[in-house]
Design a protein around this ligand. Structure first.
Ligand code: ATP
Ligand code: MG
Length: 559
């Protein structure tokens, strides 16, 4: 066992440590078992960090296994996206990728074994009658009239199912357990159903597919998994998991442990609901930067380190796991604050003419890329007689607590000079066309000698050298803290979740790298949009603002 476990403990890790101490297991094997029917999201990240984190910390192994038992909803695009996301989060699965479908033949043989033991039967009730016969939480179920078929007949019919002699829905294989069990999952659950669908791994080899519950426990056992970790909604299914493994001749019997699902406020972590957002074009695909998918967060500029840190902070328990968006964001902010290069960008520009400089004035100012990390180097920022500042950084008349540029007053340009607003030029609608300022040339990164106090600092870029850029500013996708509870998810979409602005960035960003994050001073953390940036147009996604805005946001009325 590893001497230095860095991750905080939780009830599952405690169980594992006991199992190691007692030599119940000497090698811990976990698995992450996504169904390839959508992209991974922040909830999956919790499960990934748990399963792969345990394998890492206890020198064990973690498999990546696709639970591919429902070919109708699955495809290769999802498989590739999932592999990429797991790797991007910083994890490597043990050995080859696994598929539940690797074991279709073995699973079939175990089903035959159950039939031979009188523990499974071919049912020809229609799916709707099967549902009716199952009963409810208050009333026991009713045995199917096909339940008492002989072993021989069941073997023959199951083989015929495999050969494609039944149509879809005409027959299925069910476990013979107990139609009056208090656990609905034990009321003769369906083990196999017929689907004439091509499978992304097995092509047209099969027309019967095992149900998740049947395939999952057998795959776990065959892979030698020791601890099968899943979310709480599978608590009852554990009885079926154990029943199946107890009744087939398989030596390994992994133990299932459940933990609570992660929910994050103002977003959804259900693949069904994420699918809806994609298919209704509410977002621009699974990797839209507003999506809580791993690929969306990556495109937005979240870092793998920050997502892993978040998963550590939320922990693993059986309690309801509803987390504020702010706590995910603060992990992102903490990480980017350390690692993002600083730069200047003007998102909503107005032009300033500096009247006491020659029109062709140019000066290069060297600025640090990071305020306390000299190793990140310096950048050269041109200062010229025309610059842009942000419209919100200028007011004609003073208001309380406003520490930026005011007509007739002074402000410092970040890492540069003090300027004074002297005059405004407006068009006939009253919009500012140009702001005329004077510049105190003795104040380059120096206090004025005469004791004048200039408090405000604003950012700027050279009008001559700045590069045009599009800025995509995001807010949360939903107006309501628990959108997943809404009958109509689409009614609570935030109409302002994406705002696009055209502005400018300092010229050093000409070589900005798609994989890096930048702090645009006073504006937030940004990254180049990996999908839409071209050579002629820089597009920046705002990953996150500099400060936590959630107090403000939480006042939005839930509709
Ligand atoms: P669906 O959203 O379609 O019901 P799912 O979320 O269960 O599916 P899977 O692909 O089956 O998706 O999930 C793979 C693993 O990730 C499972 O072990 C599941 O328990 C875990 N997982 C899924 N969502 C969450 C979540 N919100 N929090 C923690 N773990 C999760
Ligand atoms: Mg699932």
């Amino acid at each position: 066992m590893s001497g230095s476990i860095i991750s905080p403990t939780n009830f599952i890790r405690q169980i594992i440590e006991e199992d190691l101490v007692n030599h119940k297991y000497d090698l811990i094997r976990t698995r992450f078992p996504p169904e390839p029917n959508g992209y991974l999201h922040i909830g999956h990240a919790k499960s990934i960090c748990l399963n792969f984190g345990i394998a890492e910390d206890y020198q064990g192994q973690c498999n990546l296994r696709f639970d591919d038992t429902n070919p109708i909803k699955e495809n290769i695009e999802f498989i590739n996206a999932i592999k990429r996301d797991v790797k991007w989060l910083g994890f490597q699965w043990y050995g080859n990728i696994r598929y539940a479908s690797d074991f279709f033949e073995a699973q079939y043989n175990y089903a035959v074994e159950l039939i031979k033991k009188g523990l499974a039967y071919v049912d020809e009730l229609s799916p709707s009658l099967i549902r009716q016969y199952r009963g409810t939480l208050k009333s026991v179920g009713t045995n199917s009239p096909y339940r008492s078929r002989s072993v021989e007949e069941n073997l023959r019919l199951f083989f015929n199912m495999r050969k494609g002699e039944f149509s879809e829905g005409a027959a299925c294989l069910r476990a013979k357990i107990d139609m009056s069990s208090n656990f609905m999952v034990l009321r003769d659950p369906v083990l196999y159903r017929i689907k004439f669908v091509e499978h992304h791994q097995t092509s047209n080899q099969w027309c019967i597919y095992p149900m998740y519950d049947f395939a999952h426990c057998i795959s776990d056992a065959l892979e030698g998994i020791t601890h099968s970790l899943c979310t709480l909604e599978f608590q009852d299914n554990r009885r079926l998991y154990d029943w199946i493994l107890d009744n087939i001749s398989i030596s390994n019997h992994p133990k299932q442990y459940e933990f609570s699902r992660l929910n994050v406020e103002y977003t959804v972590t259900s693949k069904r609901q994420l699918h809806l957002l994609v298919t209704k074009n509410i977002v621009d695909g699974w990797d839209d930067p507003r999506m809580p998918t791993i690929s969306g967060m990556r495109r937005r500029g979240y870092t793998p380190e920050s997502i892993r840190e978040f998963c550590q902070r939320i922990g693993v328990t059986k309690q309801d796991n509803l987390v504020e968006m702010g706590s995910l964001e603060s992990c992102v902010r903490d990480h980017l604050n350390e690692h993002a290069s600083r730069a200047m960008a003007v998102i909503n520009p107005i032009v300033i003419c500096i009247t006491n400089l020659p029109k062709d004035y140019e000066e290069i100012i060297c600025m640090q890329c990071h305020p306390y990390k000299p190793s990140m180097g310096v950048r050269e920022v041109p200062f010229t007689s025309e610059i842009y500042i942000d419209r919100s950084d200028f007011l004609e008349k003073k208001i309380k607590n406003y520490k930026r540029l005011i007509l007739g007053e002074e402000v410092r340009l970040r890492n540069s000079y003090i300027i004074k607003a002297e005059n405004i030029e407006k068009d006939n609608k009253g919009n500012i066309i140009c702001l005329y300022c004077s510049c105190d040339l003795k104040t380059l990164n120096q206090h004025p000698g005469d004791g004048r106090k200039v408090k405000g600092v604003i950012h700027w870029v050279s009008a001559k050298y700045a590069l045009p850029a599009e800025f995509r500013l995001y807010e949360q996708l939903f107006l309501c803290a628990k959108p997943w509870e809404k009958d109509d998810l689409l009614m609570t979409i935030n109409p302002n979740s994406l705002m696009i602005q055209d502005g400018f960035v300092e010229p050093s960003l000409k070589t900005a790298k798609a994989s890096l994050s930048y702090q645009f001073e006073r504006e937030g953390y940004f990254c180049i949009d990996s999908a839409d940036s071209t050579l002629n147009k820089l597009v920046f996604n705002r990953t996150i603002s500099l400060r936590n805005n959630w107090l403000k946001v939480n006042n939005i009325h839930c509709t």
